[in-house]
Design a protein around this ligand. Structure first.
Ligand code: MN
Length: 351
């Protein structure tokens, strides 16, 4: 069989095992379609594929398409894929090349503005991505970068800041009426989690980087995908278990992850897709958090009860729970502040 542009693609795969298409070079193709697939493989990445010459030229981009012309992203050039891959979504089974879930993140058509040796300038016209990008080779065949040439589509967009401290509750009393929302107080480590495409940062209340202690929680990046967010929550657990994570070597942490997995309970969001949302009311932030549908073994979203603080306080006391935190539903998020708009009800004072 003569060598064609899909030989490497076929060579890497067992089509008895994977649902991916085997494919043929389509010499009748004239249009210029593209697809971007979010691929949760060994490492999360976004595959950009451009129709050309009857196949799809492909790059794996660990941080996704850049929105900021000042930050170029690595783009690993990969083998050409067949045109059927424009539609491919599914799970590539364990043990196969590229094992993991893949779905179409965006698709559309594109124009080639220039294509010289090792430098390709394109304009994307997709549902989620549009504008001019340059792909350029920096080393051997695989080493490429992608650069956004146009200004950000959203001129107000910025990167999430480092060094945010969580808002703190003050000791208080149970309030009546539905102007307040109540959550069970959790023991553990308060954390701020920053998600970017391909990166998750976890800091404690003093802004120390604690990401290495919680590898299972770092995988939340696979659930947030391309969403840029700063989330507030508690890694629930006994102080001793948390301290053990924070002071152990990487190999011990990996063992503890398997034997004593931990989970973060998320209850707020203060940054979303390039913008602070701390000045929006709790209700609005809560709706944004719930829309992310973060619920898995290592992360979940807190349960809240609107109003009826008295009943919940009695129930909490009866069940020997830790106590309650009440949040005024109209309150803004005040980073680092102790606020009377968040009150903590300790068990001894809850009834
Ligand atoms: Mn891939």
């Amino acid at each position: 069989m003569p060598r064609d542009r899909l030989d490497e693609y076929r060579h890497k795969r067992d089509f008895e095992a994977t649902p991916e298409p085997a494919g043929e070079v389509d010499h009748g193709a004239g249009a210029r379609r593209f697809v971007i697939q979010q691929h949760s493989a060994t490492r999360l990445h976004w595959d950009l594929r451009l129709e050309e010459g009857g196949v799809l030229r492909s790059w794996a981009i660990p941080r996704g398409l850049p929105w900021d012309p000042k930050r170029n992203h690595l783009a690993v050039h990969t083998e050409d894929h067949p045109l059927e891959y424009l539609e491919f979504e599914g799970t590539i089974p364990e043990g196969s090349y590229g094992a993991g879930d893949m779905f179409v993140w965006d698709r559309g058509h594109y124009d080639v503005l220039s294509d010289k040796d090792g430098k390709l300038v394109i304009e994307l016209h997709g549902a989620r991505s549009s504008g001019r990008y340059a792909l350029f080779r920096t080393g051997d065949e695989r080493d490429w970068m992608i650069h956004r040439m146009d200004p950000p589509e959203d001129s107000e967009r910025s990167w999430p800041p480092d060094g945010l401290r969580p808002m703190l509750a003050t000791p208080g009393e149970v309030r009546r009426g539905d102007g307040w929302a109540w959550e069970v107080m959790l023991h553990g480590l308060r954390v701020m989690i920053t998600t970017l495409p391909g990166e998750v940062r976890i800091t404690d209340a003093e802004c120390n980087d604690v990401a290495a202690a919680f590898p299972e929680i770092r995988r939340i990046g696979r659930a947030t995908g391309s969403v840029e967010a700063i989330l507030d929550g508690v890694v629930a657990g006994e102080r001793a278990a948390i301290d053990k994570r924070l002071t152990s070597s990487a190999s011990t942490v990996r063992k503890l992850r398997d034997t004593h997995p931990l989970r973060v309970v998320l209850f707020d969001i203060v940054w979303l897709d390039g913008h602070p949302i701390w000045d929006r009311r709790w209700d609005d932030r809560r709706a944004e958090l719930e829309a992310l549908q973060l619920d898995d073994a290592a992360w979940t979203t807190s349960a809240v009860h609107i109003g009826d603080g008295d009943a919940l306080a009695r129930a909490a006391a009866d069940q020997g729970l830790a106590g309650l935190v009440g949040k005024r539903r109209a309150s803004k998020y005040r980073c680092g502040d102790e606020s009377a708009e968040w009150v903590r009800i300790d068990p001894a004072t809850s009834v």
